[in-house]
Write a protein that binds this ligand. Structure first.
Ligand code: BEZ
Length: 213
C-alpha cells in the first residue's frame, strides 16, 4: 500500500553527493524534507534546486534537514550541481541522493507509471522528529513546486507540535491561529491565560504563540 500520513518514513542507506547516507541516522532528531525530481540537467529541476538552496537559513532556523533525489547516477549529480550554481547563483548546500536502481523511489512510491514509467514525479515529504510522514505532495514534471509553501506547512506543523494550535486557511506566520478542538476550555485557560476569541465553541481563535517569541 502507498505511504500515508502518519506512517514511518522508510529508512534506507544510499549514496549521495555528501557520501553514504543512512536516512534515519542522518535525520537524527531534526525535521526532514525529502524531495524527488524527475531528471538531472532539466530546466524546472534546476530552478527548484537553486531556490531550495537559497532557503537554507530558513530551513536551519526550523531545524529542518533537506535532501533531494533523482534516479540519475552520482557523477551526473556532481556535473549538474556546477550548472545550478552557475545559473541560479547559489551552490546546492544539501545532499542529492543518486538512485539509479530506483531503490528509494520505489520504497516511497515516487514513480507513477501512468505519468512516466521510469522517472520520479516531483514528490516532497515532510518528516517529523518522530520519523513520521507529516505531509506529502506529488507534482507533475512540468510544474515547479512552491518551496515557500513547504516552509509554511513546517511552521504550521511545528506550531501544532509545540502549542496545540492549528492554522486556518491561507495562514501566514503572525496571523491568528485556532486552538485544537481536542483541548478543553479548562486546559486551554492554562495554555492561553490571556484568553481567546470564541466564534463558535469549536472555533477558538488566539494570537500566534510565536508572535511573543
Ligand atoms: C524539468 O525539470 O524541466 C522537467 C523534467 C522532466 C520533464 C519535464 C520537465
Amino acid at each position: 500500500m502507498a505511504l500515508q500520513l502518519g506512517d514511518t518514513a522508510p529508512d534506507f542507506e544510499i549514496e549521495s553527493t555528501d557520501g553514504t547516507i543512512k536516512f534515519h541516522d542522518w535525520l537524527g532528531n531534526s525535521w526532514g524534507v525529502l524531495f524527488s525530481h524527475p531528471k538531472d540537467f532539466t530546466p524546472v529541476c534546476t530552478t527548484e534546486l537553486g531556490y531550495t538552496a537559497k532557503l537554507k537559513s530558513e530551513f536551519d532556523k526550523r531545524d529542518v534537514k533537506v535532501i533531494g533525489l533523482s534516479v540519475d547516477p552520482l557523477e551526473d549529480h556532481h556535473k549538474w550541481l556546477g550548472d545550478i550554481e552557475e545559473t541560479q547563483g547559489t551552490a546546492v548546500n544539501f545532499p542529492m541522493i543518486a538512485d539509479p536502481d530506483r531503490k528509494v523511489a520505489t520504497l516511497y512510491g515516487m514513480i507513477h507509471p501512468n505519468a512516466d514509467n521510469t522517472l520520479t514525479v516531483r514528490a516532497a515529504y515532510i518528516i517529523g522528529p518522530d520519523k513520521k510522514i507529516k505531509l506529502y505532495v506529488m507534482y507533475p514534471a512540468s510544474t515547479g513546486r512552491n518551496f515557500d509553501e513547504i516552509l509554511r506547512v513546517i511552521d504550521s506543523l511545528q506550531l501544532t507540535a509545540e502549542h496545540m494550535v492549528a492554522t486556518p486557511v491561507n495562514w501566514r506566520h503572525g496571523d491568528d491561529v485556532i486552538i485544537v478542538p481536542s483541548l478543553s476550555n479548562e486546559d486551554a485557560k492554562e495554555k492561553f491565560p490571556e484568553g481567546w476569541k470564541e466564534l463558535k465553541p469549536y472555533l477558538r481563535m488566539v494570537a500566534d504563540p510565536k508572535n511573543k517569541a
